[in-house]
Design a protein around this ligand. Sequence first.
Ligand code: ATP
Ligand code: NAG
Ligand code: NAG
Ligand code: MG
Length: 337
Amino acid sequence: MEPRKRHVFLLWMLVCAGSTQAIEPISTSIAVGMAAALTGFLASYQNIFYYFHECCRPEWISFNSSGLKVDLEQKLFGQHIASRIVLKALTGFMNNAQPKKPLVLSLHGSTGTGKNFVSQIIAENIYKEGMDSSFVHVFTSELHFPHASKIDTYKSQLQQWIKGNVTNCGRSMFIFDEMDKMHPGLIDSIKPYLEYYDKVDGVCYRKAIFIFLSNAGGESITQIALDFWRAGQDRQTIDLKDLEVPLSLSVFNNKQSGLWHTSLIDKNLVDYFVPFLPLEHKHIVQCALAEMEAKGMVKNHEVADQLARDLVYFPKAERVFSVKGCKTIESKLDYYT
Ligand SMILES: Nc1ncnc2c1ncn2[C@@H]1O[C@H](COP(=O)(O)OP(=O)(O)OP(=O)(O)O)[C@@H](O)[C@H]1O
Ligand SMILES: *[C@@H]1O[C@H](CO)[C@@H](O)[C@H](O)[C@H]1NC(C)=O
Ligand SMILES: *[C@@H]1O[C@H](CO)[C@@H](O)[C@H](O)[C@H]1NC(C)=O
Ligand SMILES: [Mg+2]
């Protein structure tokens, strides 16, 4: 190691060592060595925080429940059910010092309704570095596991990744995007980590968070939202009860996405199914306004409304729900301004 790197490494050990059993107990000589290195380090570099590495400690990982609540209320539009479940699930789990199993959330809904967005909000309210945290891991089937023929390699790789990362930090988060496109064998390979085991091979997984994202069941959620709309009932009156049965039925019966779910549902490994409703014109307007603000533009209701009106809605005659949710707003905005 070159001297500068060594200094950084030693500092990292000093700062992060508290939670890493592998290098405990620290012998006096090492401690003295580290102190010497730190002194040298401080002398050499003025801005020590520049070298400050993220580590598995409360300084970098702590749950902000009021932050999560505010973010869900203010940034997430039209998802009263998802918002409620996510807040309840996370608050319960993160405030429990001894959870019995890892938290497993399964987020369902049609495209552009906010599934990735919510995982991002969750990450930001647990990890200081948010999605950039080295303790947050996103797996996309098409990106990480594209070839069905290599499934056995992927399986052992994924198991090693999960094991390695949870060993490093118990409070790790794993997001599986496009879960419905994931090979069923891969899902099987992660099942042991989701269960009520005290420890698997000496590693404790109970503080980890798993989030599955998929479009599975999106159509039945949409159908129910449409039924409510046609009956003239307020969207806010849609309750989880109304969605639970149709959601699980459609997920079970769908040959393409059913496989992975059946085994997970059977064993009660998923703690919460979180439905995302299709978005209406008014939510698209809100998304457009939020995007303007994010870009540092002056919020313009007319432009937002025009943009929202030009999107494609379904059913064709009534134009109730946006086909792509809020997904293309960001790029569209450039065209309208
Ligand atoms: N309900 C929402 N409230 C606020 N913003 C939203 C909402 N839904 C989507 N958005 C915006 O649209 C973008 C795209 O949404 P997101 O990636 O979360 O969709 P998704 O549900 O993951 O869709 P897909 O199933 O296609 O992956 C988000 O980054 C966010 O800016
Ligand atoms: C929690 O979030 C709130 C609202 O976003 C913020 O004001 C507060 O500073 C956060 N607290 C911590 C400890 O980060
Ligand atoms: C943690 O997961 C990432 C993938 O997100 C992987 O590249 C890395 O090797 C894993 N770390 C360990 C120690 O297994
Ligand atoms: Mg997504």
